[in-house]
Design a binder for this molecule. Structure first.
Ligand code: SF4
Length: 446
């Protein structure tokens, strides 16, 4: 067994999982081997998220557990990296007496040096944010064993300053990666057998790379990735409604392998709340985008994020959210109750004044309505046939396979000929609110 054994634990969003793959690459090129069991590691890096209070709570709880692990194994070093490290470096290093190093999202290149310092008994911290760092030259080590779908981080940071969000403070200014490095990474993944790539960014559709020779926006990049091979599916997340241009919608509709699903976070249906959230669009502008998307891409599915109980939200604001949901009929949604995050604009300027039980009641109404819409959307697909990229076994049974269609709907079916990593055609015979159930028709090997 190698002397230096690293275990990486990741919390929070997909951006964080993608960052863990960059960290794995940096550390393995310095001689670390990755282990799947924390008990075998002499270095544990916890990649943290500050977006929701719950993710932070889980990290504090985990650090308590690791305190006992350290007592049993004094050689063990613990590092906290990512957004929480950026926000709470001092507290992490002092309070728990368990953390040996903290590194913010722009300091991963310094990790080997910091880890070496910690093995010499010093605590190490680097939470410097950068205006340039994109880790463009680092080929991530893929931690998801499926070998079918991969994420490529195309930009870092965000400067939208939505009032409830901590990201602009923990991840700094927006920086777009050089397109050639992205295309190179996507081509490599395709050669290795991957058949689906998701382009990732906190605000992915504001991607813009410009130098003396190149001027590329997100639609241009998306098309270039799609051109790598028609058998390579391309997705992207997360897009901001204000940056969803007609040019981008047209790119999605023109290339069959650019997936026909768009995630567009609306957050609220009330103009008053959207303004207080600093979302930079109105309800009618959002609805107009939805009309345009559906006109240009009739087979598209649209998903969203909704936050209920934001500062000052009245019953009328809440009704506006429900009525927007009725108007759009999202195919799926991530729904949350607002929880104040320290350091955000909302924490500084507004009072978190919607009582907890009202937030819970509103969230329940939103969830119930969305479940109705998701079920309606899935029922429309019964009887249709879709091309499915097989991703793995169904969570419930290893005799069933699961994969997604272009519309990002999960489909479970009994395999006849297909296997993981292949495309196949599945006829939908039934559904739940969350899943389509089908029968495999034929197998198309890609
Ligand atoms: S777009 Fe808004 S919610 Fe998304 S990361 Fe940026 S500030 Fe946060």
């Amino acid at each position: 067994m190698s002397e230096n054994r690293l275990y990486i634990e990741t919390y929070g969003c997909q951006m964080n999982f993608s960052d863990s793959e960059i960290v794995a690459s940096i550390m393995t090129s310095e001689g670390y081997s990755l282990v799947n069991d924390p008990h075998q590691a002499n270095l544990i890096l916890i990649n943290t998220c500050s977006i929701r209070g719950k993710a932070e709570e889980r990290v504090w709880k985990r650090l308590k557990e690791l305190k006992s692990a350290k007592k049993l194994n004094p050689e063990l070093k613990i590092g906290v990296i990512g957004c929480m490290a950026e926000r709470l470096a001092d507290k992490l290093l002092s309070d728990e007496q368990v953390v040996d190093l903290v590194a913010g999202p722009d300091a991963y290149r310094f990790l080997p040096k910091m880890v070496a310092e910690s093995f010499h008994g010093a605590q190490a911290a680097n939470i410097q944010l950068s205006l340039e760092e994109t880790y463009a030259d680092i080929e991530p080590v893929r931690l998801d064993p499926s070998g079918v779908s991969a994420f490529i981080s195309i930009m870092r940071g965000c400067e939208n300053f939505c009032a409830y969000c901590v990201v602009p403070f923990t991840r700094g200014k927006e920086r777009s990666r050089h397109p050639q490095t992205i295309l190179h990474e996507a081509e490599n993944l395709f050669q290795k057998g991957y058949r689906e790539i998701t382009l990732l960014g906190q605000n992915v559709n504001s991607y813009h790379f410009k130098d003396d020779r190149l001027d590329m926006d997100f639609s241009d990049l998306l098309i270039e990735v799609a051109k790598i091979n028609p058998s390579l599916r391309v997705r992207f997340t997360t897009s901001h409604p204000k940056d969803l241009s007609n040019k981008l919608i047209s790119a999605i509709s023109s290339y069959p392998n650019i997936c026909k699903s768009i995630h567009l976070a609306v957050q609220s249906g009330s103009d008053v709340i959207l303004k207080r959230m600093n979302r930079k669009y109105t309800r009618s502008w959002f609805l107009d985008r939805i009309l345009t998307i559906r006109k240009m891409i009739p087979e598209v599915t649209i998903s969203t994020d909704i936050i209920t109980g934001f500062c000052g939200e009245t019953e009328e604001d809440h009704r506006q959210t429900l009525s927007l949901m009725e108007e759009v009929r999202f195919d799926s949604a991530f729904m949350f109750r607002y929880s104040e995050r320290p350091g955000t604009i909302a924490a500084k300027k507004f009072s978190d004044d919607v009582p907890s039980e009202i937030k819970a009641k509103r969230l329940q109404e939103i969830i119930e309505l969305q479940h109705k819409h998701s079920l309606y959307s899935n029922r429309q697909d019964v009887g249709k046939t879709f091309e499915v990229l097989v991703e793995g076994f169904s969570k419930r049974s290893r005799s069933m396979l699961s994969g997604r269609n272009s519309q990002n709907k999960m489909i479970v079916f009994k395999p006849k000929k297909s296997s993981i990593g292949q495309y196949t055609r599945v006829k939908i015979t039934g559904c739940t609110q969350a899943t389509l159930i089908g029968e495999e028709l034929e197998n198309t090997t890609q």
